[in-house]
Design a protein around this ligand. Sequence first.
Ligand code: GLC
Ligand code: CA
Length: 555
Amino acid sequence: MINDLWYKNAVVYCLSVGTYMDVNGDGIGDFEGLTRRLDYLQGLGITTIWLMPFQPSPGRDNGYDISDYYGVDPRYGTLGDFVEFTHGCQQRGMRVIIDLVVNHTSDQHPWFKAARSDPTSKYRDWYVWSKAEPKNATTGVVFPGVQKSTWTRDAAAKAWYFHRFYDFQPDLATANPHVQAEILKIMGFWLELGVSGFRMDAVPFVISAKGARVPAKPPEQFDMLRRFREFLQWRCGDAIILGEANVLPEDDMKYFGGDGERLQMVFNFQANQNLFYALATADCRPLKKALKATKPRPATAQWGMFLRNHDELDLGRLTEPQRAAVFAAFGPDASMQLYGRGIRRRLMPMLGGDRRRLELATSLMMTLPGTPVIRYGDEIAMGDDLSLKERECARTPMQWSTEPHGGFTKSDHPISPVISGGAYGFEHTNVADQRRDPDSFLNWLERIIRMRKEVPEIGWGDFQFVPTGTHEVLAIRYEWRRNSVLFVHNLGAQPREVTIERGAEGEHDGLLVNLLSGDHSEPDKQGCHRILMEAYGYRWFRIGGLDYLLRRSEV
Ligand code: GLC
Ligand code: CA
């Protein structure tokens, strides 16, 4: 029964329909195209697809400005195409979660249009207004350098409206019970069409008090999360919410709920930022600290572990010197940085095109405590196009083949230019070539995903760090149901021999079975292991003998 919690060990893959695969040749990816790629995703071993917003939208924030919550943007297809897609996923045993963007709407949403033009409209109170410009109007801006204020005057309304993000994204008054009822209705609608849950956008802002007179740090209304969760589970017992909440570890339990009654999953931004620090400096101490700090969570909850997503790599939670170190290693040029806190590049260019480092980073994502979330294109190590503005540089179309426009579209006017020329151009970096090459990163990832699925200890078990005698090598052990696994990662650019001691209770004194090659490790007479790690090397071991599969069948 415990295995019903499918999200504890899922492999999630996120993508935008518009940049994935265009079938009708208008230059814009569509649901039909995506549906034709489901066999590819299944072959890769993906168990869950996270779709970024695909609802009707003026498209000024990559779809995060929605103008109708109950439809499909006609550029991507119809509701019918959407249901064909979820059905296709179901047939292949894959689940779908979709973005739930309810902190704000587009300013083109009919609710906002009614609210601004008619003070007596029932939608007036669905937004957050002030007669005069609030004192705090320039604080709490999310996109510094691009967005100047969080309040904008609307001439028709003769009032100022609140927008946490861009000025074309008026915030919904989420404390209003009518707005909350509508949010439940939206969830109920998509559940009926076959989704298994939601990636909830900007959760801390959804639940924070909003208005002209709220304190500098507005109180959160956590109970809202319990209400969303309850509704979800009444309608569909195994549906989940995966929250986007870049918060401090001391607040994590408030998002999960002490009894696991709020969000089932939250992205681990703390681990993400410290992981990049570790990759940049080969010092894994802050990462260990972050993993310890985010360890407490209810038994039914799970972290989302990721490397890159569709936004900038936000380094805002690191200390100033730590952030400077990551900038120096992965985004030294001002054009690579964004909003004063992050890096806007894709993963492989950040890692200098070094396959060893890409495998190391991916292996870490797969083995740190949580459920891995892969960004489309990272399975073939796609690059970025820094000539595109803000976060668009890392949202270019998927590169399928060496055909024109990477096989993404037959149109000569793709929605965003396909990366062409150079090491990351579709001519060199594409799915078709990598599929044929047994040594490609794509095939490496497929094998790693297969093995990740055979190690449920990561999702279910308890973890401990194992001393290695150096800050450059991270060793982490999981225990679950009398099974143990050990992962060793060398973050350094130098080969290193590390010693894994037998452990206080002899927990490491047996054979370490290498899960990725035949190179097992025998203990010495004292029960210690000496493991020679190559530069950026990684090892996946099962502790205690070759019969692990037999033992697993006992559970
Ligand atoms: C979230 C999304 C981001 C978007 C913002 C406003 O942070 O990840 O892409 O711009 O919310 O919706
Ligand atoms: Ca199309």
